[in-house]
Design a protein. Structure first.
Length: 344
């Protein structure tokens, strides 16, 4: 265009001003057409996302309220697995015969307020055990019960209200810090939120945020560090005050300092609460009253962390003496598994 314009100016067919005006107008014409192309690209992305959301909404949950299910009363948290076997079922019916049993006849009991650590190699079935408690899946055979009642007899909503979960990756939502702590609670008051944050060692850093508890968190809490996100999750568990607590690798991926702060907060949280801990963190495992070692979906060793640390077996090979002689735990009652002796 410019070449042609210069040639025309040279020949005297148009003036230099006309050429400049022409170039400017051409640019103006291209701007909206470029915008149309980029908007069209966005429409394409939107259509693809809508399809995926539709697919998700159309999925039927595998676990639903059983006929005759009733709301759970306030539970004390006596958790028992009796002869539980389970295998993940492929989504397509054609693959039904390919169900691989992941848990084999698991039986154990956690007394109210007791802290039990599930440890074992990757793929042993630790997370699967934990997922059966709030009924993310139902066992193929055997019974998971809380306070002596099969969890299938409770409505899902009332059961899940009484089981708090702290995972490796905490799901924070776009909203304020206070809203994220009080997530799932009806009519939370700010005093309760601040108290929970204090117990979770989160109050200090929250107060230092630009708007304190009213600070907006980005999607997935991207503006916070891993350790801070975990402490928000712990505060969330404090607010819920559920009688059963599940901690699935809550310190994995954190640097030692953040992990230390998270473990300190968890020590307070698990005190007096029926807790299942899944962790490779020796400090956290040392907080347990009892350890169950899982291998290929079977319980292969059981005992207090201190005793197991001194006994040849899978626990000692996983943790060595790291657990023996650590800090004393705060679990309700019972002999302290790590406070005395150790090391020798
Ligand atoms: P890790 O320490 O790596 O988290 P884990 O002991 O918690 O391991 P699980 O996550 O319970 O083990 O997995 C037990 C077995 O079940 C593994 O073989 C795993 O591949 C399989 N598994 C886990 N989740 C699913 C799933 N959603 N669908 C199918 N198989 C699964």
């Amino acid at each position: 265009m410019v070449w042609l314009g210069v040639w025309l100016v040279d020949r005297g067919s148009i003036s230099a001003g006309t050429l400049v005006l022409f170039v400017l107008l051409i640019q103006n014409m291209f701007k909206p057409s470029r915008k149309i192309v980029s908007e069209w690209y966005k429409v394409g992305k939107l259509l693809a996302s809508t399809e995926r959301i539709e697919e998700l909404l159309a999925r039927q949950p595998a676990v639903t309220d059983s006929p005759g299910a009733r709301p759970a009363p306030r539970l004390t948290g006596r958790l028992s697995f009796t002869n539980v076997s389970f295998g993940y079922r492929p989504e397509t019916a054609a693959d039904d015969d390919r169900v691989r049993t992941v848990l084999h006849h698991i039986t154990f009991t956690v007394e109210p307020g007791e802290v039990v650590a599930l440890i074992g190699p990757s793929g042993a079935g630790k997370s699967t055990v934990a997922q059966l408690v709030p009924r993310l899946y139902d066992p193929d055979s055997g019974t998971v019960a809380i306070d002596g009642t099969d969890v299938r007899q409770f409505t899902l909503e009332s059961l899940r209200r009484q089981v708090s979960v702290v995972l490796q990756e905490t799901l924070l939502l776009t909203g304020t810090v206070a809203e994220n702590i009080a997530y799932g609670i009806d009519a939370p008051d700010s005093e309760r939120i601040v108290r929970a944050a204090r117990l979770a060692n989160a109050d200090q850093f929250v107060k230092e945020l630009p708007d304190g508890y009213a600070t907006m968190l980005g999607e997935r809490g991207a503006t916070l560090s891993g350790g801070q996100r975990q402490r928000i999750a712990i505060a969330r568990a404090f607010v819920r005050d559920a009688p059963v607590l599940i901690l699935d690798e809550p310190t994995t991926g954190l640097d030692p300092e953040s992990a230390g702060q998270v473990v300190a907060a968890l020590r307070t949280l698990i005190s007096g609460t029926t807790t299942l801990i899944i962790s490779h963190d020796a400090d956290l495992v040392a907080c347990a009253d009892r350890v169950l070692v899982l291998e290929e979906g079977r319980i292969v060793q059981e005992g207090s962390p201190r005793t197991l640390a001194r006994t040849d077996g899978p626990f000692a090979s996983l943790f060595g003496r790291a657990v023996d002689g650590g800090e004393s735990p705060v679990s309700a009652g019972g002999e302290s598994p790590v406070s005395a002796g150790g090391g020798s």
